[in-house]
Design a protein around this ligand. Structure first.
Ligand SMILES: [Zn+2]
Ligand SMILES: [Zn+2]
Length: 146
């Protein structure tokens, strides 16, 4: 269970959400993972605004853990600014802390084989548009084998 963080009330995209999660119509119920439908983009405006397709990830690991020599479990990528942070199963939970400190509400998994997005406002998991590569951190097993 992930607690929804308090989001800065100054972001107009977030103010839209004050009406509640019903303002977002999940598209994957009838149209899984496809954003080629212009109607889907219009309807999902709030989530789209939380995603920047031009920003690459900040690096291969949690930037905050690397700065303090900590370890992490799984990685999440901020869909807005590319910040790589560790998941809520990690000791420091930097991805959630990033969301709370910046108001960037959408993260994408940075794990190999995972392609889901997560909206902290609605606690909704969804499939989003392709971000700048790389889409996941280097696979450690592959690195060690090479
Ligand atoms: Zn971390
Ligand atoms: Zn961010």
């Amino acid at each position: 269970m992930i607690r929804a963080p308090r989001i800065l009330p100054t972001d107009p995209a977030i103010l839209l959400m004050e009406d509640g999660p019903t303002t977002i119509q999940p598209q994957h119920s009838h149209h899984p993972g496809l954003y080629d439908d212009p109607g889907a983009i219009t309807q999902g405006t709030s989530q789209i605004e939380a995603i920047d397709l031009n920003v690459p990830p900040s690096g291969p690991g949690c930037v905050d853990c690397e700065a303090t020599n900590k370890w992490w479990f799984h990685l999440r990528r901020c869909a807005k600014c590319g910040h790589i942070g560790c998941c809520d199963s990690s000791p420091s939970q930097h991805a959630s802390k990033h969301v709370m400190s910046t108001g960037h509400p959408v993260v994408r998994s940075f794990e190999p084989g995972e392609d889901w997005f997560f909206d902290y406002r609605t606690e909704e998991t969804f499939l989003g548009p392709p971000l700048q590569p790389p889409l996941h951190h280097p696979d450690l097993a592959v690195l060690l084998a090479s």
